[in-house]
Design a protein around this ligand. Structure first.
Ligand code: FMN
Length: 192
């Protein structure tokens, strides 16, 4: 299945690439998934600016901004989503919320895994806010998130986290649950 992995930081000097890359590389090793990695710098979305709410659009042709339409088309192609987010002021970065707001119906019924990084709480508060936001978007939550506390010190020179067995095992559980939910919310067959 097509798994979109969205990394939620775009700022200058961002540090979380080590987490995002680890998630991307681990997921890519799993033959069930074809990974579409989204660095949110690429879609280069303006602040949401459509005259019509994406959920009220009759089709993706209703976008007035080509960047928004291209982003919605990319989301539409995905079967499932993982978001890798930092925590800014106990929430997700505005740039990530903006990217979520740009799309409507294409989010519906896609399983969603949430992964965060930060200081002592490992970004857990950003994940809790994202749960509320993404439930409203119609995404289907995987129950158990992954958190990386003090992430800047937690990765070695090879890009592996401390307690890598723990994280690999829990990412595998997340990927298994994504596969199960995708089957449950589609025609009953996992997407190939
Ligand atoms: C605007 C801002 C707010 C932050 N707020 C939090 C926070 O609430 N909790 C936390 O654990 N870290 C917080 N941090 C520290 C981040 O965890 C750290 O800067 C991290 O590198 C951010 O991810 P990024 O570098 O990939 O953007 C904040 C950083 C910034 C820039």
């Amino acid at each position: 299945m097509k798994l979109m992995i969205i990394w939620g930081s775009t700022r200058q000097g961002r540090k979380g690439g080590v987490v995002a890359k680890w998630v991307k590389d681990e997921a890519a090793k799993d033959s069930r998934f074809e990974v579409d990695f989204v660095d949110l710098r690429e879609p280069n979305l303006p602040f949401f600016d459509e005259p019509t709410s994406p959920f009220s659009m009759k089709s993706l042709n209703d976008y007035t901004h080509p960047e928004g339409r291209a982003w919605a088309e990319r989301v539409e192609k995905a079967d499932a989503v993982i978001v890798v987010t930092p925590e800014y002021n106990h929430g997700p970065p505005g740039v990530l919320k903006n990217a979520l707001d740009w799309v409507g119906k294409p989010w519906i019924d896609k399983p969603l895994g949430l992964i965060s990084y930060g200081g002592i709480a490992g970004g857990a508060r950003a994940v809790e806010q994202l749960r509320a936001i993404t439930t409203e978007l119609g995404l289907i939550q995987v129950a158990t998130p992954l958190h990386f506390p003090y992430f800047e010190k937690a990765f070695d020179a090879n890009g592996q986290p401390e307690r890598s067995d723990y994280y690999s095992e829990n990412l595998k559980k997340m990927l298994n649950e994504i596969t199960r939910l995708q089957a449950a919310f589609s025609r009953g067959e996992p997407a190939s």
